[in-house]
Write a protein that binds this ligand. Structure first.
Ligand SMILES: Nc1nc2c([nH]c(=O)n2[C@H]2C[C@H](O)[C@@H](COP(=O)(O)OP(=O)(O)OP(=O)(O)O)O2)c(=O)[nH]1
Ligand SMILES: [Mg+2]
Length: 138
């Protein structure tokens, strides 16, 4: 029998950098319990079987925040290994289209400018995402 599982487990995550018309980005704070509890992140989640990354991002954002977005350009793909988890974060620029964001699966949400991102604590893998955003925003 073939063995396909590995350690640490690998999660493929679609991640959204959602922009509004004021050039602000939507970030959310993970719930205190569980992995990376209390840290801020860009909303997103695990890809499901048969889904494209774009479909995954659109679905996750509707589930987590109740809003409609347009998924745009790819920003960066980050591979990062935490102690017990390997993640591939595929990050796209997105545009807020409709609905008021609600913290349906997180603790808190905020619209922030690119400069303000520095003030929030993100997981380690996000350093590369934030650097890429700064470069693309220059
Ligand atoms: N959404 C998101 N996840 C991130 C970011 N940075 C980062 O390291 N991660 C990690 C944290 C989690 O281990 C993983 C995202 O998984 P998740 O827990 O939100 O996804 P999910 O709800 O679909 O998965 P699950 O808990 O049902 O297994 O990626 C980020 O900016 N946004
Ligand atoms: Mg999530």
């Amino acid at each position: 029998m073939s063995q396909t599982s590995s350690f640490p487990p690998h999660k493929i995550i679609g991640v959204a950098v959602i922009w509004n018309d004021q050039k602000q980005i939507l970030i959310d704070r993970r719930r205190p319990q569980g992995a990376m509890g209390g840290l801020w992140e860009f909303p997103g989640g695990k890809i499901e079987l048969g889904e494209t990354i774009q479909e995954c991002i659109q679905r996750e954002i509707y589930e987590e925040l109740g809003i409609a977005i347009e998924v745009g350009e790819h920003l960066i793909t980050v591979d990062h290994t935490y102690t017990d988890l390997h993640v591939t974060l595929t990050v796209h620029h997105c545009r807020h289209v409709a609905g008021v964001p609600q913290p349906l699966e997180c603790d808190e949400i905020r619209w922030v400018s690119l400069e303000e991102l520095e003030k929030f604590s993100f997981p380690k893998a996000n350093i590369q995402i934030i650097d890429a955003l700064k470069v693309s925003g220059e």
